[in-house]
Write a protein that binds this ligand. Structure first.
Ligand SMILES: Cc1cc2nc3c(=O)[nH]c(=O)nc-3n(C[C@H](O)[C@H](O)[C@H](O)COP(=O)(O)O)c2cc1C
Length: 385
């Protein structure tokens, strides 16, 4: 099925609708869903309305420069791709497709612990900037092992996600009874048969879909059973000592993902972390947690310029990126939007999302009168509503 992105994929929301038509329901819901009543998921998006733009059109921003620098690398814009598990379920070799789209665009791709391909496979097929995301496991040796593997494979930074110490209750996955690898029982086959273009593209891949970086179980498991098994590897007793342990082990840039509280942000600076990502895991973990953009100002204040503060959650428009930067974010990451692009058109779809958000940010800057990313930071272009 050829999709005319120009005509039909004109916004992130429009792409989401196309992804919904193309993907079997359990798979679409796996991407789309959040924890429990999904309040945090919704708030992540709507909280951007807490701020409005204060344009200065007479600034004369005919030419805009969206590039920005992070850890000494120049990126095309302050827009990165965040870690999302199982990308290889939405498109053949989904992680490689998304990573290569990111490097063609000029940004970072962060591989999830739960990728379908192994971290070594991605490193072989992707020459661009790449970060590796890990957790604190009960077996601390496994955290160190993943970090060592990432170091040996040339990853540019390690992202330690701290908000996944228990697995969130994702009720859509429970209802759908979805399994990994997808089991070919009658209800599942019926769900897949309704989506022939996805099924056709994935027919040779499905049996291989698994969490590549982990030791495998031999039989299909429901997403909730799998989550429980993964959950049993994780350690809710993790503490700052573990951050120190990872800091001592990993020689490159260390980024803490899932910081919402300003106290944790200040502590991260003291512990020698190189950047933090203000995030609530896209509303998939602690329902009721503060929307990430609402948490951003206090975190930026606590960090006081010591290290870069990034943000993810609810970025759907270029103007969202503008607001996050105006509130002090060095850059933002997207999760679901790149997966919708990936599901619709593979690498081209991810590139499309990045270029579309780039275009929207560029237009917002032009209309607001901000010529550079630095100008957004310093120009007082927003106020709270
Ligand atoms: C399908 C899916 C899988 C995810 N897997 C991971 C993961 O493995 N590790 C992680 O740190 N975050 C994971 N996340 C969270 C994202 O990194 C990011 O925090 C979130 O998606 C940002 O919100 P957004 O989807 O509104 O952009 C996942 C998100 C989605 C949608």
């Amino acid at each position: 099925m050829h999709i005319d992105l120009q005509k039909n994929g004109y916004s992130v929301a429009a792409l989401r609708r196309i992804a919904q038509k193309r993907l079997p329901r359990p798979i679409f819901d796996f991407i789309d869903g959040g924890a429990e009543d999904e309040d945090t998921l919704r708030q992540n998006e709507s909280a951007f309305l807490d701020w409005e733009l204060l344009p200065k059109p007479l600034n004369g921003a005919a030419k805009r420069d969206l590039s920005t620098s992070l850890f000494g690398h120049t990126l095309s814009s302050p827009l990165l791709i965040g870690p999302t598990g199982l990308a290889g379920l939405f498109w053949p070799q989904g992680e490689v497709a998304a990573a290569n789209a990111a490097s063609d665009y000029g940004t970072v791709y962060c591989l999830s612990h739960g990728s379908v391909c192994t971290l070594e496979q991605l490193a072989k097929m992707h020459q661009g900037l790449k970060w590796m995301q890990v957790f604190i496991y009960k077996d601390r040796g496994f955290t160190r092992e993943l970090a060592t593997r990432a170091q040996q494979s040339g990853y540019d930074a390690l992202v330690l996600t701290i908000d996944n110490q228990l697995i969130g209750k994702r009720e859509r996955d429970i209802v759908n009874g979805f399994t990994i690898p997808p089991s070919l029982d009658l209800p599942q086959m019926l769900a897949f048969a309704k989506k022939p273009s996805w099924w056709w593209a994935m027919r040779h891949e499905l049996a291989k879909v698994t969490f590549g970086n982990y030791v495998q179980s031999n039989s299909p498991e429901s997403v909730s059973a799998l989550a429980a098994r993964m959950g049993s590897l994780l350690d809710p007793s993790m503490s700052w000592d573990d951050v120190d342990m990872v800091r001592a082990h990993w020689k490159g840039r260390l980024i803490l993902k899932g910081v919402l509280h300003p106290d944790e942000a200040s502590q991260a600076v003291k512990r020698g972390v190189d950047a933090i990502i203000v995030s609530n895991h896209g509303g998939r973990q602690l329902n009721g947690a503060i929307a990430s953009v609402r948490a951003l100002p206090a975190v930026v204040q606590a960090v006081n310029g010591a290290i870069p503060v990034l943000l993810d959650g609810g970025i759907r428009r270029g103007s969202d990126i503008f607001k996050a930067v105006a509130l002090g974010a060095s850059a933002v990451l997207i999760g679901r939007p790149h997966l919708w692009g990936l599901s619709v058109a593979g690498k081209d779809g991810v590139q499309w999302v990045l270029e579309m958000l780039h275009g929207e940010l560029d237009r917002t800057m032009g209309l607001a009168g901000a010529r550079t990313i630095e100008a957004i930071r310093t120009g007082q272009f927003i106020q709270s509503t």
